[in-house]
Ligand binder design. Structure first.
Ligand SMILES: C[S@@+](CC[C@H](N)C(=O)[O-])C[C@H]1O[C@@H](n2cnc3c(N)ncnc32)[C@H](O)[C@@H]1O
Length: 276
């Protein structure tokens, strides 16, 4: 099996749109009434969810005129949020076909199909022309991609000069044996974590200038604490959430990720760069 297929099989659900629709109906919502905020618990598949997206894009100076690229967009939650916040155009690309099909259906549910386009493909070989995007970001994607220099070269190719690109990934911050499964991998075969120094080297190999780097370990631990308190107070998780995506394996994957962060082996880190 090819490496890309192993990655997309890892994320494959099989009946995701129907599962989201069923979970929403428990909350009294339907495709006609759902909002992007209702979807955030399932379509922002990274530590800190919508809050983390907001914190990141606050630093990026996107505007109404910008056409923005979302690399490894998943279901496109961040893409829809950016497009509705800035009233601009966002294009996402992702390896997992089911996420793209589901994500495009979600775009039409919330009537953003004219401003958000999600395409199936690899971030390492994108079907886009040179220098077409005004800015971009990548949320929790590099953990599945070993060759980060090739990844950033390909992203650099499609950005316009002067564009800003932000990475928010789980990175390796100290040696030590990780517990699996985690949300991005069932075992070490498709887990390709790199250190912040390796990310910065790969960005600069690809011609980016690194502007800023922020460790988000404390933010992550506080986010998990609040989530646990909220879940306990409500007597269980809401019907729609990351468990809708990851099903039975969700608790083990999330608990292992939290333990790996608590042990100081991995952490979410933001790196902001620009194309000169
Ligand atoms: C943890 S999910 C994050 C999804 C999305 N960025 C979000 O934050 O909601 C990781 C995503 O990376 C995608 N991915 C992994 N390797 C990729 C590649 N080479 N090209 C494009 N997408 C990739 C997966 O298909 C998956 O949707």
């Amino acid at each position: 099996m090819s490496y890309d297929k192993s990655v997309s099989d890892h994320y494959l659900h099989g009946n995701l749109l129907k599962a989201i629709e069923a979970a929403l109906s428990h909350q009294g919502k339907s495709p006609e009434t759902v909002t992007i905020d209702d979807l955030a618990s399932v379509d922002e598949f990274h530590i800190g969810g919508r809050l983390a997206t907001d914190i990141l894009i606050d630093q990026l100076n996107f505007s109404e005129q910008h056409h923005v690229l979302d690399v490894g967009c998943g279901l496109g939650g961040a893409a829809r949020y950016v497009a509705s916040r800035y009233n601009n155009r966002v294009t996402g690309i992702d390896l997992t076909e089911e996420y793209i099909q589901t994500g495009n259906a979600l775009c039409s549910w919330v009537k953003l199909e004219n401003s958000v386009t999600l395409e199936h493909g690899s971030a390492l070989l994108m079907p886009f022309q040179d220098s077409v995007f005004d800015g971009g970001y990548m949320l929790h994607v590099g953990m599945n991609i070993e060759d980060k220099t090739s990844l950033f070269k390909e992203i650099q190719r499609v950005l316009k000069p002067g564009a800003t690109f932000a990475v928010y990934d789980v990175m390796r911050v100290r040696d030590g044996e990780l517990s699996y499964p985690v949300p991005w991998a069932a075992d070490s075969t498709i887990s390709k974590l790199s250190t912040p120094a390796e990310y910065k080297q790969a960005l600069s190999n690809a011609g980016f200038e690194v502007i800023n780097e922020t460790y988000r370990r404390e933010f992550a631990m506080e986010f998990f604490k609040q989530l646990r308190e909220k879940t306990e107070a409500a007597g269980g998780p809401p019907s729609l959430g990351l468990h809708t995506l990851m099903r039975q394996s969700a608790a083990a994957k999330i608990n292992n990720m939290i333990a790996n962060i608590a042990n100081g082996y991995i952490a979410p880190v933001e790196i902001i760069a620009s194309k000169p």
